[in-house]
Structures are given as structure tokens and as C-alpha cells.
Ligand binder design. Structure first.
Ligand code: CDT
Length: 309
């Protein structure tokens, strides 16, 4: 048994006017709750430090850059790292990263229990669009503000297991889990900000959005025999609702914990990383069963192309 007591720390809405200091104080309060419940690993959402700013169309680069962190930890986030180090809780959270070279990424980091950053992932599947789209009920401008991640899908030894990260829309792409599955991943963390309504199809509301979210995360877990810890930023940000439904999913694809609110809320589970072994050595023993000679199109072709009639 390799038990990792893991807390998914869902965050309620962050309004445009909320300061980083206010948000970090909320994150520390959640971390204290996780510590009380004996967690040694705590996972926060995508873009945990700010409102989901890609819903706002901006043309002025300094205005855009105010949502980004040029340093991690920086002056605003240092207290979070400090408290995590004192409590000996490893953490993972998402933020908008501005590099020294001026590149912008939607990023997530992973620390050890000493508060040192040991892993970084930059979101690869950026959803949405790059120009103002008057056809949509609201904007989703991730392709405007971020570059696609350039670090691949790495995994890291941490906390006695093998860990990887995805960010939000990545969870809908089976290739993302599989690349980590092929490196033996045992726990995938992912933060998300998912609007409660499809901006291009008003009939698709929160129940459908939650259904697709669970479907994507549960199948990723099952098909790679890994734990998945999916954590929302939820609730209404400046009039824009987002789903909750933070999940801890076991390597069989079953949900073992799920949030019930759209506010700051903790769910926790003692995840036995050895529970990954059965699937990895039987039905999803990749070495024995995968037929890579038939998978070439996966990397050779991006868009679907039906055969000639
Ligand atoms: N943050 C993020 O990736 N959200 C997307 C919304 C997709 S609709 C443009 C998601 O997959 O939940």
C-alpha cells in the first residue's frame, strides 16, 4: 500500500477586482483545512490566482500582462509556498506565466513537501479563439493570450509515486493522458475553469458540461490505470458562471469524491498508488497489448479527413 492523502481544493469565483493577496489568503485557508484532515498533497485549480481573464477581450499588452506572474514564487505567492513548507504539504496550482523572454503560457507547477518546485507543465490544448468573436455569447480568448505549451507531457517522481499534470481542456484529449500513461503515471492532477454554458450552443448547460467533464476524466483514469484529481475554479465570476464538480477518481475510473458546491470547498481521499498496479499489468499492460503500427495517423494527421468517396 502506497497511500497518498490528497486534497482537491476547489476555489469559488475570483472577481476581476479581487487582489492576489486576497486570493492567496483563501488558498492558505484551504491549505490549513487540508492539513487538519491530514493531507500531504493539495491540488488547486487552473489560473488559481486570478479571475478567468481570457473571457475578456483586451488589445493593450500591459493590461494583459497584469494577469501574469513574472516570478514563481513571487512577492504575492511567497506566503503560500511558505505555509505549504511549514505544513509539509506538496502543492500544485495553475497560473498565467510570463517568461523572462516575454512568452506567455497557461502553466501549472508541482512542488515537493519542502515547497520546492519540482515540475512545470504548460497547457498544450488551448481552447477558444484569438480574435473577438461576435457570434459567441461570451469570449474564450486563450489562443490570443497564451502560446501552446512547449514542455510536452512530462511526469515526475514525487511523494512516493509518479505524477503528471494537465490543464482543463487537455482532459478532453486522450492522447494527453496516454503520453503520461506510457511513462507509468500514477496520479494526474488537473485544474479547470469550465463555463457552465457552451458559448456557441446555449442549450448545452451545466448538466451536459458536467457530464462531458466526468466522462473525460473518468475515461482518462481508467484507460491509463491512474488516479485523476480534477479541481475546479467554480461559481459566478463577474456574471459568468462556471461549473464545479471537482473530482478524485480512482484507477478503475470510479469517482471516489466530488464537490457539491461552487464555492471554496475541500474534498479528500487516501489514494493508494498501488491500486494502479492491477490495470497496468492486465488489461492496460501497454507493452503486451498496444499495436503502435496502426496508430500512425495519430501523430501524422491533425484534422479529420474522410476517405475519397
Ligand atoms: N479553461 C478551459 O480550458 N476551458 C475549456 C472551455 C472550452 S470552451 C471554449 C474546457 O475545456 O473546459
Amino acid at each position: 500500500m502506497r497511500e497518498l492523502v490528497t486534497a482537491a481544493l476547489q476555489m469559488g469565483p475570483i472577481q476581476k477586482a479581487d487582489s492576489r493577496a486576497d486570493v492567496v489568503a483563501r488558498m492558505i485557508a484551504l491549505l490549513e483545512q487540508a492539513h487538519q484532515a491530514k493531507a500531504t498533497f493539495a491540488v488547486f485549480p487552473e489560473l488559481a490566482l486570478t479571475t478567468f481573464f481570457p473571457r475578456w477581450y483586451m488589445e493593450d499588452q500591459p493590461e494583459v500582462d497584469q494577469w501574469f506572474e513574472a516570478q514563481m514564487p513571487g512577492p504575492d505567492t511567497a506566503p503560500l509556498f511558505e505555509r505549504a513548507r511549514e505544513l509539509k504539504i506538496a502543492i500544485s496550482f495553475g497560473y498565467a506565466e510570463l517568461t523572462a523572454e516575454g512568452q506567455h503560457f497557461n502553466t501549472s507547477i508541482l512542488t515537493n513537501r519542502e515547497g520546492e518546485i519540482i515540475g512545470k507543465y504548460r497547457k498544450i490544448h488551448l481552447p477558444g479563439h484569438s480574435e473577438f468573436d461576435s457570434e459567441r455569447a461570451f469570449q474564450h480568448l486563450e489562443k490570443r493570450y497564451f502560446l501552446p505549451g512547449d514542455l510536452g507531457f512530462p511526469v515526475w517522481h514525487n511523494l512516493g509515486g509518479i505524477m503528471g499534470m494537465l490543464i482543463c481542456n487537455d482532459r478532453r484529449w486522450p492522447e494527453a493522458y496516454r503520453v503520461m500513461g506510457l511513462q507509468g503515471v500514477e496520479m494526474v492532477t488537473l485544474g479547470f475553469n469550465t463555463p457552465s454554458v457552451n458559448s456557441q450552443m446555449g442549450d448545452e448547460g451545466p448538466q451536459d458540461r458536467l457530464f462531458h467533464h466526468r466522462l473525460s476524466c473518468q475515461s482518462g483514469a481508467y484507460q491509463n490505470s491512474t488516479w485523476v484529481v480534477a479541481v475546479a475554479k467554480a461559481g459566478i465570476e463577474d456574471g459568468h458562471p462556471m461549473i464545479g464538480g471537482s473530482l478524485i477518481i480512482d484507477p478503475n475510473g470510479k469517482i471516489v469524491a466530488e464537490t457539491t458546491t461552487e464555492a471554496d470547498e475541500m474534498i479528500i481521499h487516501a489514494c493508494d498508488l498501488d491500486a494502479c498496479n492491477f490495470g497496468k499489468t492486465t488489461i492496460f499492460d501497454f507493452k503486451r497489448h498496444r499495436r503502435t503500427e496502426h496508430y500512425k495517423l495519430i501523430t501524422e494527421r491533425t484534422g479529420a479527413k474522410p476517405p475519397a468517396a
